[in-house]
Design a protein around this ligand. Sequence first.
Ligand code: NAD
Length: 275
Amino acid sequence: MGQTRYDFTDETVIVTGGTSGIGRAVARRFGEAGATVVVADIREEPKERDESAPTAEAIEDDGGRATFVETDVSSPPEVVSVVEAAREFGGVDVMVNNAGIYRHASLLETDVDSFDQVFAINVRGVFAGCRAAARDMLERGEPGSIVNTASISSEYAQVGHTMYDASKGAVMMLTRVAALELAQYDIRVNAVAPGIIETTFGSGNPDAESRVDDQFIHEDAGLPDIGEQGQEARIPMDRMASPEELAGSYLFLAADDASYITGHLLYVDGGYQIV
Ligand code: NAD
């Protein structure tokens, strides 16, 4: 089966957290579809251990147009700056609010600084991205599309996920409220809810083989072990997904094919949520 082709020629797409993992795959797919891609991240070099070029460079090597803007999404003024930078390419048409972090601790062990850090990036970052993009689209009198990265954690609680699950629940509701308020302006807001994806997410360690190596060592946090195979045991499709397998869902939600879809949480999770 081939991939569905979308045409984003003449459109400008911002992808936060676009350096690594899911964001990188999404940015590259938009680049392949003809978009000018603004990669916004706190770091330019990918966390992945291979010899990959930074995302914007990789897109240009593939014949696309892209630029990198160093951005900390927890800072609303920096998010406004990246939206302003997109004006150089005609203004943001699609905003992908994807940057996010994971911190592992039980409720009893969670400290306030970690809690605030997770919310600053995962929630304030998405809020700032939705607001800055929508304001810019309105100012330019253009329609647009916003796609946030939620998670299976938006609706499914897991042991040790106090901060993360709460933050992703907030992303789901931010998506819905933004969709409700912005529908009148022809701005659609949706979210992709990934299941368990093979990235270095949550490892905090750029050299980690995979997020599962140290993200799910529950013993460290004094939490119950979730079994030898951990979360993967729960996935009906019995495997994790590659970031590339997720990318198309972002393009779909951003494209005209999804012109009547707003406020939706699209699970891309191998069936995790049906168990
Ligand atoms: P990743 O760690 O590979 O990528 C996250 C990117 O966000 C990195 O490039 C990082 O530098 C960037 N980032 C972190 N803090 C930032 C900040 N303050 N400002 C700007 N950029 C920042 O992880 P990933 O798996 O690709 O995760 C991407 C998104 O997907 C996150 O929102 C995550 O919560 C979500 N998600 C991941 C999984 C998974 O299994 N990997 C599952 C569900 C949801």
